[in-house]
Design a protein around this ligand. Structure first.
Ligand SMILES: Cc1ncc(C[n+]2csc(CCOP(=O)(O)OP(=O)(O)O)c2C)c(N)n1
Ligand code: SF4
Ligand code: SF4
Ligand code: SF4
Length: 1218
């Protein structure tokens, strides 16, 4: 077959290649070009055109022959596949393997769900794996994606074969350099696991908003629709970019493809023997790329500034390259087909050859569409789906060739949303192509689906076809949505039940697990075991809730004899495993079960009565209707007996193999044990044997629970649908909790209609209070006799789940019997009448044991949860009714701070998280007047994952106002908040002065304002004065409500302004909070700038010494030698001295470096000094993190912090606070 380079007319080039020559001509002939009327010759990086030809013709000449004749719709028979190796891979790994094989340099930066691609190449590089050229890839983590893009641009300019991986906000940060790389015609592939963008809310899930935001940068764009395609088209992209010198964005759907494990036929990658010949053919193109590099031995200049005379022509000069890309990409697809047997085309059509109704789409959504087409074809319908693989350059020619001539009604589906556009991008492209080609069809409509990984199923795809096939063409809905209930603008298509579309013999399974119980890991192993069987295919997908730990995981597994192309969630499961007994009563776990399916519950129940006792009404309805085969297994007991603690995964896994019938137990058990050896071998023989014992014991403990004959006749079968439909409208916070928050917590958020959500993405405070996760296995019990009332337990608790109580004797009259108290210690006469108690919230405690280890007087004992739940739940409820007595204590002390109500409670952080205690303490000291700008990171996830909002309010309704802008801009965001507040408070001050001068309002008001003015900028003093002003204003009547601008010309106007801005009388305390990844790396420039301004902002850096939120990658704060992700071989550079750097640069900045575990007092002092400082403050707080893998668990993190990481320097300095 003709080489790709030949297809680009590169044949016969000299070593330097045509591009290099083109650039040399550029360097020597600028004046000549300026003078010429058509100065394109020198700028055209190609062989000289024959005399007399016009520029357009030169463009044609560059096009490969393959595009001269548009491809026909019928794909040629795929060439026979050469040797391939099979294995279960996810989309990220499949892609990373190709990228590694064919690239020499990668710049990386973590962002979900693209991070694993970076982790893979980093790991392989540290393993010294060789790529095709015999080199070990050079992998470098940058400080941000903007940095990645800059470095990528540089490496390409130097002639390297460089690549990178990203998505979402990361991709947006690359845009400026993407223009540069495309503008300079550099070969490069950027692999994107496409993800939603942060607008009204952040979403780490998949859609096409990010890639659509770069479609104008000049990069070609190749779309993969499955794990298999992610691998194959990654290779296509690398080949095509080298051949065509146009950079390529290769994208596939985040999570749905990036994280789906699928047994795909894959090219043998280890020795790369299949790819090598393809690259060998491209040797001239690689040589040309090298020859174009910046090099003093053949220098040229690039990146010049151009004037109106030539800028436009220079842009247009690249046209031939872009025009050639469709042909080049197709040629690369053909090459890959020759070695894999899998043939792709730019637009692949599937369906009836004379289809009248055709849907156009790209991404994983095409698979449900294909399933719908198969289903409808069975009913004799003439339908089809056109799958887009090359999105840029858009080739109308290829689109039209692939679209059946019979198509009369076309629907274009976009997995993105562009508010205010004339149509989403794919729709606009398809419509324009048809219109410009004067191809008549009866109707073209567009629809949106799958935003933020919203599931897109065959039933929804059928709804799309039903819409298109409506008898009356005017009834076809345009600009519709599918997959949601839009009861606001009524855009949504209704859809019915799921059709059976999977190949016969496919078994579907659902596993409900808890984040830390090992269910997901075990399922990954199960897929590998099943897929290793000859003739078996398997697919696995995992969905998670937002909690960092203790959250719900649902694993979706399919297996069977045929290949499985089903990128949607399982909702007709043959098997449901409920790995936590509490989920049986908490969630609608049988919603996805098919009639007669098998259900295994991890519970000690032995009879149907036991199971029924814990069965909520909803589940009863399901059991009555579906008559499942029920089994129970006390996996907790088996695991505990085997010495495995809470890790029930192996026990449940063994039972799954037994019950699902996926394979013979005599084969399954040895394979399971083999996988145990692999997984735990490093931990020693003892651990391996414990797991073996758990597997062996599992089946002995399995109990079948027959459903009694006739049971369930009287169970109320109405309700589920109606309940969901009834959930509309939420006018009050309580309603919102019930109508929105609770269904979301119950994993039923998908059923919520549009109308219940506040436009703009606002959520009310304090929603975590209703979660009551009950995830602790042990809870601290208080021994009053030992307690010295130091409040350290409350101080260190990351979850605000243990608090000191103060009650007067008369209040205790109504207390539950277990609410024992002792006289309060210290505090003088003011406290004489109070009794003291340490109260735990048993359902909010995570059992991290930090408090138990921190208690200096051995007054807390970890006690089994069951007993504590019963004993302490009423005590906690009683405690909540007691008034807060914070005003009796000095907030700026360790003990006093803990008598203040925490305004951050029950967050979804990991058990024992080291970040939350600092932030909780902040809220105890300044919470009622705090405004928080939070960088993206763990703190924005445990602090703001809808619907869980741990930021709450006090009895007066005051509490921290919290917002997250982005990861990279948090310092600037907080700075903007500060300036906005300052500007508005300056106006308030001016109005106050006018009121006094003009004698407006009452004398009492003017007196209060006189008191307020001198203290208005002192957070510690202003509160009382502000309250007095507010009261005095209230007495003046409510004239000015709603007045935005100060009318300081008159006393009355100023008075009205004051009345409408009373919420700024108290001094807001602006806190800029984020992790070390933000402060040391991506956001450092902003942090530095904000600190340089002298503005009164407070910055708190939660220093876990790594990027915790994305799984523990290296930051510049990571210490020398630490083995973290992206530094798989250990960090080779020391920790950055951020505090030192800032102290040296800006003497007016207050700087402190603290560690809670090193010195509690130091922390309280630093935070209060920082807040009091009238200028910028920076507090760097060392935070232990679950990602550190502390051997004894997070309960012992204090020890680790004292002696190890983060324990270097603790100081408070600068800003006049020395
Ligand atoms: C521009 C951009 N790149 C990458 C990400 C992905 N991302 C989110 S949080 C995070 C790491 C946060 O680390 P750090 O600042 O140390 O906070 P921690 O999670 O440790 O609290 C990353 C890389 C993002 N959100 N935006
Ligand atoms: S065990 Fe952990 S979560 Fe529970 S009260 Fe103690 S510190 Fe808080
Ligand atoms: S840390 Fe121990 S001694 Fe101190 S208040 Fe808590 S229980 Fe009492
Ligand atoms: S900082 Fe560490 S411990 Fe805290 S929530 Fe993040 S990953 Fe978990």
């Amino acid at each position: 077959m003709q080489a790709l380079s030949e297809a680009l007319s590169l044949r016969g080039n000299t070593r330097a290649g045509p591009l290099a020559r083109g650039y040399r001509q550029l360097a020597v002939a600028p004046l000549q070009r300026r003078r010429g009327a058509l100065p394109v010759r020198a700028a055209l990086p190609s062989e000289p055109a024959p005399q007399g030809r016009q520029p357009e013709q030169r463009g044609e000449r560059l096009q490969p022959k393959a595009v001269a004749a548009p491809p026909s719709r019928a794909s040629p028979p795929p060439p026979a596949a050469k040797a391939t190796k099979q294995g279960p891979l996810d989309g990220n790994e499949a892609t990373a393997r190709i990228a590694y094989a064919v690239s020499d340099v990668a710049f990386i930066y973590p962002i979900t769900p693209a991070t694993p691609m970076g982790e893979f190449v980093d790991q392989w590089a540290s393993d010294k794996r060789k790529n095709i050229y015999g080199n070990v890839m050079s992998v470098t983590e940058m400080e941000s994606e903007a940095g990645v893009a800059g470095a990528l641009h540089g490496a390409l300019a130097a002639g390297a074969l460089a690549t990178t991986f990203t998505c979402s906000q990361g991709l947006l940060l690359m845009i400026p350099n993407m223009y540069k790389i495309a503008g300079e015609l550099m070969p490069c592939v950027l692999h994107v696991s496409a993800r939603a963008l942060a607008g009204h809310a952040l979403s780490i899930f998949g859609d096409h908003q990010d890639v659509m935001a770069v479609r104008q940068t000049g990069w070609s764009m190749v779309s993969s629709h499955s794990v298999q395609e992610a691998q194959d088209l990654a290779l296509v992209a690398h080949l095509a970019t080298l051949a065509g010198s146009v950079p390529i964005v290769h994208f596939f759907d985040g999570f749905r493809t990036s994280h789906e494990i699928n047994k795909a036929s894959m090219i043998e990658m280890i020795d790369n023997e299949l790819i090598k010949p393809l690259l060998d053919e491209l040797a001239p193109a690689i040589a040309a790329h090298h020859a174009r590099a910046l090099n003093p031995s053949h220098p040229h200049q690039r990146g010049t500034a151009q004037g109106p005379d030539v800028y436009m022509q220079s842009i247009e000069a690249a046209n031939p390259f872009h025009k050639a890309m469709p042909g080049i990409v197709q040629a690369a697809m053909d090459k890959v087909a020759a070695v894999t047997g899998r043939q792709y085309r730019l637009f692949d059509y599937v369906g009836h050859p004379q289809a009248e109704h055709v849907v156009v789409a790209m991404g994983s959504g095409v698979q449900p569409l294909e399933a719908a087409v198969r289903h409808l074809s069975g009913e004799g319908k003439k339908v089809g789906v056109l799958k887009v693989h090359l999105f840029r350059p858009w080739s109308a020619e290829h689109l039209l060739a692939a679209l059946p001539a019979s198509a009369r009604r076309i629907c274009v589906l976009d997995r993105t949303k562009e508010h205010g556009s004339g149509g989403e991008p794919l729709l606009v492209d398809v419509s324009a192509s048809l219109q410009r080609a004067r191809r008549n069809v009866d109707v073209i409509v567009g629809g949106r689906y799958g935003l933020g990984s919203k599931d897109f199923t065959p039933a929804m795809a059928l709804a799309v076809y039903d819409n298109l096939m409506r008898p009356n063409i005017d009834d076809i809905q345009d600009s519709f949505t599918v997959g949601i209930v839009d009861d606001v603008t009524f855009s949504s298509l209704p859809y019915g039940g799921e059709p059976e579309v999977l190949p016969a013999g496919t078994t579907e399974c659902l596993f409900w697990g808890m984040g830390s119980d090992g269910t997901v890991g075990a399922n990954k192993e199960a897929v590998k075991i099943i897929a290793s069987q000859e003739g078996m295919n398997a697919q696995a997908y995992f969905s998670y809730d937002a909690h960092k730990s203790g959250g719900v995981t649902v694993s979706h597994l399919r297996f069977g004899p045929h290949s499985i192309a089903a990128p949607w969630l399982v909702d007709m499961a043959h098997y449901v495993g409920v790995h936590q007994a509490t989920y049986w009563s908490k969630f609608d776990v049988l919603a996805g079960l098919r009639p007669g399916g098998t259900v295994l519950i991890n519970a000690p129940w032995k009879t149907f009565e036991d199971v029924e006792a814990a069965m909520p009404a909803k589940t009863k309805t399901r059991v009555a209707a579906l008559r499942p085969k029920l089994y129970c297994l006390d996996a907790g007991a088996v695991a505990a007996e085997a010495g495995l603690g809470r890790r029930v995964n192996m026990v449940m896994q063994a039972a799954f193999f037994a019950l699902s019938g996926v394979m013979d137990m005599s084969e399954a058990i040895p394979l399971l044990k083999e996988s145990i050896k692999k997984a735990y071998g490093k931990k020693g023989e003892k651990v391996v044997n414990m797991n073996f014992a758990a597997v062996d014991k599992a089946l002995e403990h399995l109990v079948e629970i027959p459903i009694p004959q006739g049971w369930g006749k009287d169970v109320d079968r109405v309700g589920l649908g109606e309940q969901a439909a009834a959930r509309t409208g939420s006018r009050t916070a309580a309603e919102f909790l019930e109508n929105v928050v609770r269904p979301m917590l119950n994993m039923e958020g998908d059923k919520l209609p549009v109308s219940v959500f506040a436009p703009g993405g606002f959520f009310p405070p304090g929603t975590t209070v209703i979660e009551k996760r009950s995830i602790a296995s042990k809870i601290p019990a208080w021994n009053s006799a030992n307690c010295t009332q130091c409040n350290i337990c409350a101080f260190v608790c990351p979850h605000a789940a243990i608090r000191p109580a103060l009650a007067k004797a008369e209040e205790l009259a109504g207390a539950p019997g277990g609410f024992s108290t002792v006289p309060v210690r210290g505090g003088g006469p003011a406290l004489k009448e109070y009794q003291y108690r340490v109260q735990v919230s048993p359902m909010d405690c995570t059992g991290c044991e930090l408090c138990v280890h921190a208690c200096p007087d051995n007054a807390l004992t970890s006690t089994p949860a069951a007993a504590m739940l019963e004993a302490e739940a009423p005590n906690w409820d009683y405690f909540l009714q007691l008034p807060s007595r914070g005003e009796l204590f000095d907030k700026a002390t360790v003990r006093g701070s803990q008598f203040q109500q925490p305004l951050l409670e029950f967050s979804g952080a990991c058990e024992g998280c080291g970040e939350t205690p600092y932030v909780k303490l902040l809220t105890q000291m300044f919470g009622s007047r705090m405004v928080v700008a939070n960088a993206t990171g763990c703190s924005s996830i445990w602090g703001g994952s809808a619907p869980s909002n741990p930021w709450t309010i006090n009895a007066e309704g005051k509490g921290p106002a919290w917002a997250n802008s982005l990861f990279e801009d948090n310092a600037q965001f907080g700075f903007g908040i500060q300036l906005g507040i300052k500007q508005r408070r300056d106006a308030l001050t001016a109005a106050a002065r006018v009121v006094i001068q003009e004698g407006a309002g009452t004398p009492a008001l003017r007196a209060a304002l006189e008191e307020w003015l001198p203290v208005r900028d002192s957070g510690a003093l202003v509160a009382i004065a502000a309250k007095a002003v507010q009261e005095a204003l209230a007495e003046c009547g409510g004239r000015g409500a709603g007045l935005a601008a100060p009318t300081t010309a008159s006393g009355e106007g100023a008075l009205a302004f004051l009345q409408s801005n009373t919420d700024l009388l108290d001094k807001p305390s602006v806190w800029i909070v984020g992790g070390d990844g933000w402060a040391y790396d991506i956001g450092f420039a902003g942090l530095d700038h904000v600190l340089s301004t002298g503005e009164d902002v407070n910055i708190l850096v939660l220093d876990t010494e790594e990027y915790s939120n994305t799984g523990g990658q290296k930051s510049k704060s990571s210490p020398l030698g630490s083995v973290v992700k992206f530094a798989a071989g250990g960090k080779t550079r020391p920790k950055k001295e951020l505090a030192l750097a800032i102290m040296q640069c800006y003497p007016d900045v207050y700087v402190a470096s603290v560690s809670l575990d090193a010195n509690y007092n130091q922390v309280v002092k630093a935070l209060s000094e920082a807040e009091a400082h009238r200028g910028p403050s920076l507090v760097i707080a060392y935070a232990p993190c679950a990602m550190h893998g502390i051997a004894e668990g997070m309960g012992e993190s204090a020890k680790d912090a004292k002696v190890g990481r983060g324990g270097v320097q603790k100081h408070r300095l600068g800003g006049g606070c020395r």
